[in-house]
Design a binder for this molecule. Structure first.
Ligand code: FCB
Length: 435
C-alpha cells in the first residue's frame, strides 16, 4: 500500500453509545428487555457495561487522547436526563458537562448523538416511536440538551440509524419493544424521521453555529446474481427501505410509501442536515427467494460470509464504504464516517479491516467525497445489544467482570494512523501484526 495522507484537521476518533458503555441504568427499555435472558444471545445484560457512568469514562477518554485520537462520538442517555416526562435531572446533565469539558481539555472534538436506540421507560409505555406524541417530547428533550450542553458540542447527530431501529424493534422482534409488525416498522420510521427534523430545528434554534446531522447505517447491497432481474429488483427494494426512502425525504421533503400511504410533502424534513454520518460495516449479496417474506423476498447469501458465526454484519468489503460515501456526497454536505468496525474475538481480522477501510475512505475523498472525519466503532469492547458480550468490536479489550482493559494490536495500529494523520508505511513497520 502506498503512503496515504489525510487533510490537516481531519477528525480521527472512536464512537460509543450511552447504554453500551455507561452501565447501571434501570430506567430504559433495554434494561427491561435484558431482564429476559432469551432476548440476549449470551444471556448477559449490559449491567455495569464499561463503568462509564460511575467514573471510568474519564480514564478511557484520556487514554483515547493519548493514543492520538482528536475526536470522540458519544451519546446522551435520555432516560437519565429526563427520568420522568418534563422532569430533567440536574446531576445527570452535570455528569455529561463534566465529560464534555474533559474532552475539550483533551482536545477531543465532541460529536454527540442525542438518541442512540434507548428509550426511557415512560416513553416505552406511551407506545414508543409509534406514538406521534413522542416526536414533540423528543423535540423538547433535544431543546433542553442544546440549552444545557450546546456550548460544548460542535457536532450533533440527532438520531442513530433510524431504519435499523424501526425494523429490528418494531417490524422485527429482536429489539425492544419487539412488536413484529411490518406496518408498525414503517410507522416508527416515519416518526423517527419527523423526530430527527424536529430535533434538527430545535438544535439550530438554540445553537446557531452547531453542525447537525443524521446518522445512517448503509450496508452495501448487491444482487447475488448480477444478471438476474429478480435479484436486482429485491436488492433495490431493500436498499429503498433502508436508505433510499430516507435520503429521498431529506433531499426533497417528500415522505414516500411505504412510510406514508400517499406521498406527503413535509417541509420540516427538507434539507434538515448540515452533514451526514455514515455507519458502514459490510456488504450483502441479495438473492430473490419467495420464502424470505420479512426480507422483502431477498435472502442474504454472501459467500464467504466471514462474519456470520453469531450475527451478521455482512461480508467484509471495503469498496462498499467507498461507494456509499460517493453516493452520500451527491447531497452536497460534509460527511463523517460515524461508525465502521468489525467484531473479532481474536483481533486477527481487524487490523487489515482497518487499513483497507481507511484506504477506501481516502479513495472516496480523492474521487470527490468531502469526508471530514472517521470514527471507529468502538473505543473499547462493550455491550452489543441482542448479541450481549459475544461480539467484541473494541480497539481496547475489556473484561466486563474485572473491568480490566488492554490495548489490542489493532488499537496500536489505529493510534499510529491517528498520530501520522494517515497510513504511513514506515510508521507501521515495527508493529507485531506485520512481523
Ligand atoms: C451499529 C450501532 C452500534 C453498534 C454497532 C456494532 O449499528 O449503531 O450501536 O451496535 O452497530
Amino acid at each position: 500500500m502506498n503512503d496515504i495522507f489525510f487533510p490537516a484537521g481531519f477528525l480521527w476518533g472512536t464512537a460509543t453509545s450511552s447504554h453500551q458503555v455507561e452501565g447501571g441504568n434501570q430506567n430504559n427499555d433495554w434494561w427491561e428487555w435484558e431482564q429476559s435472558p432469551r432476548h440476549i444471545r449470551d444471556g448477559l445484560p449490559a449491567a455495569a457495561a464499561c463503568g462509564w457512568w460511575e467514573g471510568k469514562a474519564e480514564q478511557d477518554l484520556t487514554y483515547a487522547a493519548e493514543l492520538g485520537q482528536n475526536a470522540h462520538r458519544l451519546s446522551l442517555e435520555w432516560s437519565r436526563l429526563e427520568p420522568m416526562p418534563g422532569v430533567y435531572d440536574k446531576a445527570a446533565f452535570a455528569r455529561y458537562r463534566k465529560l464534555l469539558e474533559l474532552m475539550h481539555k483533551l482536545k477531543l472534538t465532541a460529536m454527540v448523538t442525542v438518541y442512540h436506540f434507548t428509550l426511557p421507560l415512560w416513553a416505552t409505555k406511551m407506545g414508543g416511536w409509534t406514538n406521534p406524541a413522542l416526536v414533540g417530547q423528543f423535540r423538547q428533550f433535544t431543546h433542553e440538551c442544546a440549552k444545557q450542553l450546546g456550548d460544548l458540542v460542535p457536532l450533533w447527530c440527532t438520531i442513530n440509524e433510524p431504519a435499523v431501529l424501526a425494523y429490528l424493534a418494531y417490524a422485527g422482534t429482536v429489539w425492544p419493544p419487539g412488536h413484529g409488525s411490518i406496518p408498525q416498522g414503517f410507522c416508527a420510521l416515519r416518526q423517527l424521521l419527523l423526530a430527527h427534523a424536529a430535533a434538527y430545528h430545535a438544535l439550530h434554534q438554540v445553537c446557531g453555529k452547531a453542525q447537525v446531522g443524521l446518522v445512517l447505517n448503509m450496508p452495501w447491497l448487491e444482487p447475488a446474481r448480477p444478471a438476474s432481474i429478480l435479484d436486482t429488483a429485491v436488492t433495490k427494494a431493500q436498499d429503498w427501505l433502508l436508505t433510499g426512502v430516507i435520503l429521498h425525504a431529506l433531499k426533497s421533503g417528500w415522505l414516500m410509501p411505504p412510510l406514508t400511504f400517499f406521498p406527503c410533502h413535509t417541509p420540516s424534513v427538507y434539507r434538515s442536515f448540515d452533514f451526514l454520518g455514515l455507519n458502514y460495516y459490510g456488504r450483502y449479496a441479495v438473492r430473490f427467494d419467495l420464502k424470505a417474506v420479512s426480507l422483502m423476498f431477498g435472502n442474504h447469501v454472501q459467500e464467504p460470509s466471514v462474519r456470520t458465526e453469531s450475527s451478521d454484519w455482512g461480508q467484509i468489503a471495503p469498496r462498499g464504504i467507498y461507494h456509499q460515501l460517493l453516493r452520500l456526497s451527491r447531497l452536497d454536505v460534509p460527511l463523517y464516517v460515524t461508525e465502521n468496525g468489525v467484531y473479532d474475538n481474536t483481533d486477527t481480522v481487524r487490523p487489515k479491516y482497518l487499513l483497507d477501510h481507511i484506504a477506501a475512505v481516502h479513495r472516496a475523498m480523492s474521487a470527490g467525497a468531502d469526508v471530514r472525519g472517521y470514527f471507529h466503532w468502538s473505543l473499547l469492547d462493550n455491550f452489543e445489544w441482542a448479541q450481549g458480550w459475544s461480539t467484541p468490536f473494541g480497539l481496547i479489550q475489556l473484561n466486563p467482570q474485572t473491568q480490566e482493559r488492554k490495548l489490542k494490536a489493532s488499537g496500536e495500529l489505529y493510534s499510529r494512523i491517528c498520530k501520522a494523520n494517515g497510513i504511513i508505511n514506515n510508521s507501521l513497520d515495527k508493529l507485531s501484526i506485520f512481523q
